[in-house]
Design a protein around this ligand. Structure first.
Ligand code: SF4
Length: 243
């Protein structure tokens, strides 16, 4: 694991880090370089609970509602698919212990992604980070997946040529398509998919889970000439399927 960014969030100027991991056995994404975008100095559970995760998640609605309720560990009504208490917390604690080396410079960051599939924002929104970090990481990669909720957020380095726009409504998706953007949308049912504009994610249960992101590679923004992606929601906390 390596630190590939340590600096201000583009969303609110507070300190964040990006940790890249070489190995991943994630069942849905397959073997991809994972990238964790984290508040640098705040336990990720507390950051979510208090709303300090704006630095890394911006206005994504899946963060839930900030609270100071002493009986809660996380924000109210959090619906993000990422389990903060597992990989995110482990990575942040190891970073705090000084377990990871900082990697700087285009060539060194490029080497991490070389010949690999890369996942932009295993946790956190890639647009909180200057895109030149991602450009280096992806410059020799086999491909990547990425998603962003920050299309309308001032300061965000939102790159629709690189990431899928996470669309929370059909109207948002339609507006994005007008701009040539590709979207990733969670729908209630397969029948909600807009024929001719969207296709069903092939990793979904409904599509028979016939491929992983590692081989599919479709969620790479407008760098790929393909239809937008939709996936039916799968129960509580799975409203945003990108894991
Ligand atoms: S459509 Fe996107 S989320 Fe689904 S398998 Fe392909 S890359 Fe992964």
């Amino acid at each position: 694991m390596m630190i590939i960014y340590n600096g201000p969030s583009l969303l609110d100027g507070k300190p964040i880090v990006v940790i890249a991991t070489k190995k991943s056995g994630n069942a849905k994404t397959g073997d991809m370089v994972q990238t964790y975008i984290l508040c640098r100095d705040i336990d990720p559970r507390d950051a979510n609970k208090r709303g300090d995760d704006y630095s890394i998640c911006g206005n994504c609605k899946h963060r839930g509602t900030a609270t100071d309720d002493p009986t809660r560990k996380l924000a109210k009504n959090r619906s993000c698919y990422v389990n903060i208490g597992q990989g995110v917390l482990i990575v942040w604690k190891a970073f705090q212990r000084g377990a990871y080396d900082a990697i700087t410079g285009h060539d060194n960051i490029a080497a991490i992604g070389a010949g690999r599939m890369v996942r932009l924002g295993t946790y956190g929104d890639p647009s909180a980070v200057p895109a030149w970090i991602w450009e280096s990481l992806l410059s020799q990669a086999d491909g990547w997946t990425g998603y962003s909720h920050q299309a309308d957020v001032a300061g965000a380095d939102y790159r629709p040529d690189m990431v899928m726009r996470s669309a929370d409504t059909e109207q948002e998706a339609r507006d994005a398509w007008q701009n040539g953007e590709r979207t990733f949308r969670v729908v209630a049912n397969v029948s909600d998919i807009i024929a001719g504009r969207e296709i069903l994610c092939p990793a979904s249960k409904e599509a028979g889970q016939r491929v992983q992101c590692h081989d599919c590679k479709l969620c790479a923004g407008s760098s790929i000439a393909a239809k937008s992606i939709a996936i039916p929601a799968h129960g509580a906390g799975a409203t945003h399927f990108t894991a």
